[in-house]
Design a protein around this ligand. Sequence first.
Ligand code: FAD
Length: 324
Amino acid sequence: MPKFKEYVPLSKFSHYKIGGPARFFFEAHREKEVAWAVGEAKRLKLPVFILAGGTNLLFCDSGFDGLVLRPALTAIKAKRGGIVEVGAGVPMSELLKFAVSRSLSGLEWAGGLPGTVGGAVRGNAGCFGGETKDVIASVRSFDTKTMKVIERTAKACAFGYRESIFKKKRGTEIVLSVTMQLAKGEKKAIAASINEKIAYRKAHHPLEYPNIGSIFKNIPLHAIHKKGSPAYKAAVMTGTLSLRGSRFSVKSDPFPVVFAAKFISESGLRGVSAGGAMISPKHTNFIVNVLRAGSRDVKDLIALAKDEVSRKFGVALEEEVQLV
Ligand SMILES: Cc1cc2nc3c(=O)[nH]c(=O)nc-3n(C[C@H](O)[C@H](O)[C@H](O)COP(=O)(O)OP(=O)(O)OC[C@H]3O[C@@H](n4cnc5c(N)ncnc54)[C@H](O)[C@@H]3O)c2cc1C
C-alpha cells in the first residue's frame, strides 16, 4: 500500500482556496485502500476527515491535525433498465455527461451542481426542485467503527432536507458507491435541461470568485410562522411573507422556505467585507474570496450575518457549509 503524504496544503483541494496543511493526506483509488487508510489512522490514533470535491467546506488556516482521506473512487457502470452504479468520487459533472451520453434522465436538476456523488449523497444536495435522494436505489458505505461495508436502501438512508444518515453519523461512515435508478429519455432534451441550469447558475451566482456555494440553509417557513397558522397559510397561498417591514418570496424547496439571501440583503449586508472575504453583491448567501481571504475573514462575516439577521428579523440562520 502507498504511504500517507504529509503537510499537504488543503487550500489546493478547497473550492474556496482557503485552508492550512493536513498533517497526513491520502487519496484512495480503490475501496480496499479506504479500509487500509482508516486502519492506519486508527493505529496512529489520528482523527479522520473525509474530503471529496471540497465545494462545501471551509478549512481552517491552521489546517487539520489528523488524516484527510479522499475517496477517489471514480468508476461508473450502466446496467439494464436505467440502473447506474457510480463511485462516490465521481464528480457530478462527469455523471451528468455520462447520463447524457446514454440518454438517461433523472439528474437534469443537478446541472452545474459542483462536487462529487459522495458529497451529494451525504448532504442530499438539491436544487431546481430535485434532490439527490430522488434517483437513489441504494448506497454502499464503509463503517469505520466496525470496518465493514454496509448496503442500504434509499429509505434506510433517512434522507431529509440536506440530511442523510451519513451526515448524522458525522464522518464515521464513508460512502463508497451508489446505485441510481434513471429513466430512458431524449438525449437532446436531457442536455438542454442540464444546460439551462448551468446558464442560470452562471447568471445568478458569483462564480467568478472562489466560493463554497450557499453559506446558510434557506429558512423553513414553519420556523417563522407555526405550520398551519393563518399567517403560514397566507404566505404559502400568496407566495409572499411580510415580516417587520420587509417582503420575502416563499418557494417550495421541497417544503415552503424563505431565501436566506434576502434576509441578509434586507439586513444591509450586501457587499460588506472582512479582510479578503466579501458578502457577494450578486448573491448575498455567497461569501466570496476576493483577495486571498483567510478562514477568520469568512467566519467573521458568517457571525455578522447571523447577528444582524437575528437582530433585525428574529430569524436564526443556520450554516449549510461545514467548518473544519
Ligand atoms: C457554486 C456552488 C453552488 C452550489 N450549489 C448547490 C446547490 O444548488 N445545492 C446544494 O445542495 N449544494 C450546492 N452546493 C454545495 C456543494 O456543491 C454540495 O453540497 C456538494 O454535494 C458537496 O460535494 P463535495 O464532493 O464537494 O463534498 P465536500 O465539500 O468535499 O464535503 C462535504 C461533506 O461531505 C462529506 N463527504 C464527502 N464525500 C463523502 C463520502 N464519500 N462519504 C462520506 N462523507 C463524504 C465530507 O466529509 C463533508 O462533510 C454548491 C456549491 C458551490 C461551490
